[in-house]
Design a protein around this ligand. Structure first.
Ligand SMILES: [Zn+2]
Length: 66
């Protein structure tokens, strides 16, 4: 599995986000078992992880600061 296919570390929450602290978030879809990789700045990562924890179908597998 290639987690670095899109090494663009732009924050996915907002294209205007100018933070330079980049993090990679690995999510797992609990229904399909599929993993997806998303990129956020540190602040938005926290927000996204919270969002994921509130949802039934997704789980946060791993968060890494890049
Ligand atoms: Zn951001």
């Amino acid at each position: 599995m290639s987690a670095v296919e899109q090494a663009s570390t732009m924050c996915e929450l907002s294209p205007d986000c100018s933070s330079d602290e980049h993090c990679q978030l690995v999510l797992r879809n609990l229904e399909t078992g599929n993993r997806t990789v998303e990129y956020y700045c540190k602040a938005h990562l926290v927000l996204r992880v919270w969002e994921v924890e509130q949802s039934d179908g997704l789980a946060a597998v791993e968060a890494t600061q890049l």
